[in-house]
Write a protein that binds this ligand. Structure first.
Ligand code: ZN
Length: 632
């Protein structure tokens, strides 16, 4: 039943302001014309070209919808949709608007070319009488103010309240001292009734659980209704979405293996094979088919997840995904798209271009490279470095403020010995033990020495090369000092590799000297899973009948822990590096990289060796777990 008051208001609106019942898209189809400055594509707005935008813009009429996320590819008409909704407001649902985009040029383009002229034409009677206002990025209408911010700065958010905020390309915004631009808008929005927040943009990285700053647009999408534009199959009763892996194309390769890209781009060169019944859809059917689509929230089992964890749909949050395969623009035909795809995956495979394609055309985020060890990552492990951190401060009235401050991590220390074997520094801590980790090369040994604290914190205090067994075994007598007291290396491990005979005999010698060096054997296969229990003690009987104990460790798991946790995330208990970090340590620890496609570590030909990285990996992952029970 319609309350009398609402009925009266309806008549009032119908008479004086146009119908409030008219959806934004219908109104836009009637009212929005472009001049040539704005677009070469259309002279008037036609919502049938981008029918998926209709519901999205209409969110401003829906009091239940507080937040709208459009996770999109490059050619989807969503920005224009948001501008239409703003232009609709003065006559239908006035209220202040902020359109935020982090680019001065794009901001000025929105204000002066796209939105300004639209509002002048449509809300002419309600324009502010001060014409100077239009020269700035603030447009004053009689019943509302529209601000366009191209700076990414927080001030327009703090200045006033808004009925509608559009954050265009949120991935382009820099982190503010107190969180992201999105966080700031959200915190201001909490108390505004009837407000609608539009977050629209192309994705960059996937949102991850570990890094709360990654993938803002994807994160917003995840917590919403996750709707897709589903099309009714012309061949069966099912519906489907357009996605890249269901497209087909003739390989069009000549005998010499050359691709005939022109044939691919020609009509019929690329077609869609429906996932429901396997029938063929051609591009000329696209416009009619897409027009019949509708937004359908993903079923629970199909929802995209945050690091394999489901994210519940928040009430009042609608999120939409759309890609370029739906687009009716002539520059993104299926043929053109797949020529581009084949170029970056088949003809000149290039992972950066491939990622660009996925972000820009599939409108999908890229999985972050979990492990990317750069020299900055290694240098960040130094004791005593100063970092800016943001922390939550709880005020007396119970409110929460984010404050940024400088923090010194650990304390600065230097290596105990230089590369000439001269003692130069005391130990940074009173150690519970010192351990050595050794990697055998063809002609020499490379080793690192770690000082361990009672809390299992590790400090790199010495490293170097020994040319003979004698030199290496001599290290057991090398003194390290802390507050005038001498400490010696307790023992450690030697990478056995394929040189089992040499290493076993070295270890036998050292054990007889009362210096326990244990052979370590890494194992693994090409495609690895992560094992949570990667170490096991084993024994072997040597030729002379002696039984030798050695440690077998799963190399991939130890490496993942070391590079992605200890090194990259500085996980506790920490590894501390001396300041400065020796050049050789930095180079060797950064010589391998993680290939996200192969899902394994790659050590390119010609790159620096990674032996010191291996010794440190064994220190933390193998030697300490094996030896530490002795020091409890
Ligand atoms: Zn079908």
């Amino acid at each position: 039943m319609i309350a009398e008051r609402d009925f009266a208001r309806g008549i009032f609106h119908d008479t004086f302001l146009g119908s409030p019942q008219e959806p934004v898209w219908k109104w836009a189809d009637r009212k929005i014309f472009f001049d040539q400055k704005q677009t070469a594509q259309m002279d008037r707005y036609d919502s049938s070209v981008t029918p998926w935008v209709r519901d999205i813009q209409d969110a401003i009429r829906d009091p239940e919808t507080k937040e709208v996320t459009g996770l999109k590819s490059s050619q989807t008409g969503l920005s224009q949709g948001a501008l239409n909704a703003i232009a609709y407001m003065p006559e239908h649902c006035p209220g202040n608007v902020l359109y935020a985009i982090n680019s001065k040029e794009k901001g000025s383009d929105v204000a002066n070319i796209r939105l300004g002229p639209l509002l002048k034409k449509l809300a002419g009677s309600q324009l502010s009488e001060d014409p100077n206002d239009f020269a700035t990025l603030t447009m004053r209408l009689k019943n509302m103010v529209v601000k366009v911010s191209g700076s990414g700065s927080a001030s327009p958010v703090r200045e006033t309240w808004y009925r509608v905020v559009v954050i265009d390309e949120p991935e382009d915004f820099e982190q503010l001292p107190d969180g992201s631009f999105y966080d700031l808008v959200k915190s201001r929005f909490a108390t505004v009734a009837d407000a609608t927040l539009f977050v629209i943009g192309k994705p960059q990285l996937e949102a991850t659980k570990k890094d709360p700053k990654s993938g803002i647009i994807h994160r917003c999408f995840l917590k919403g209704s996750q709707e897709h534009w589903r099309l009714p199959c012309p061949h069966c009763p099912e519906t489907f979405v357009f996605r890249r892996d269901h497209f087909q194309y003739h390989q069009h390769q000549s005998l010499e293996g050359e691709w005939d890209l022109a044939a691919m781009e020609a009509p019929g060169g690329v077609w869609y094979k429906t996932p429901c019944c396997g029938e063929r859809i051609d591009e000329h059917q696209k416009y009619e088919l897409v027009k019949q689509g509708q937004w359908v929230p993903a079923e629970l089992k199909d929802r995209m997840k945050l690091s394999n964890e489901p994210v519940a749909a928040e009430p009042g949050v609608r999120s939409f995904h759309i890609n370029d395969y739906y687009s009716n623009w002539p520059e993104v035909t299926w043929g053109k798209l797949f020529v581009k795809w084949v170029q970056c995956t088949e003809i000149n495979p290039n992972s950066a271009q491939r990622e660009d394609y996925i972000k820009n055309h599939d409108g999908l985020p890229i999985a972050p490279k979990e492990i990317y060890v750069a020299s900055e990552t290694i240098n960040a492990l130094r004791g005593g470095i100063t970092e800016r951190i943001t922390i939550d401060q709880i005020n007396e009235d119970g409110t929460n403020d984010k404050i940024t401050r400088e923090q010194i991590l650990g304390h600065r220390f230097g290596l105990s010995y230089n590369q000439e074997g001269k003692r130069i520094n005391d130990l940074p801590i009173k150690p519970v033990a010192l351990t050595i980790s050794v990697d055998r090369q063809d002609e020499f040994y490379k080793w690192t020495v770690i000082a361990w604290s009672a809390a299992s914190q590790s400090y790199l205090v010495d490293f170097g090369i020994s040319n003979t067994d004698g030199q290496l075994l001599g290290l057991r007598k090398r003194p390290y000092y802390f507050e005038g007291k001498k400490y010696f290396i307790f023992g450690g491990g030697v990478d056995r590799g394929h040189k089992s005979k040499v290493i076993y005999s070295l270890c036998q010698r050292s054990i007889r000297m009362g210096w326990p060096l244990v052979p370590l054997l890494g194992w693994g296969q090409k495609h690895e899973r992560y094992l949570t229990d990667p170490i096991e003690k084993r024994t072997t009987t040597l030729q002379n009948g002696e039984v030798m104990e050695y440690i077998r460790f799963h190399d991939h798991s130890i490496k993942i822990d070391f590079y992605s946790e200890t090194i990259q995330r500085r996980t506790e208990p920490r590894l501390w590096m001396p300041d400065p970090v020796p050049h050789d340590i930095v180079t060797e620890l950064t010589s391998e990289y993680w290939d996200p496609d192969l899902r394994k570590f790659v050590h390119p030909d010609g790159a620096a060796p990674n032996d010191y990285g291996d010794t440190l990996k064994m220190q933390l992952g193998v030697i300490w777990p094996v030896f530490s029970p002795l020091f409890d």
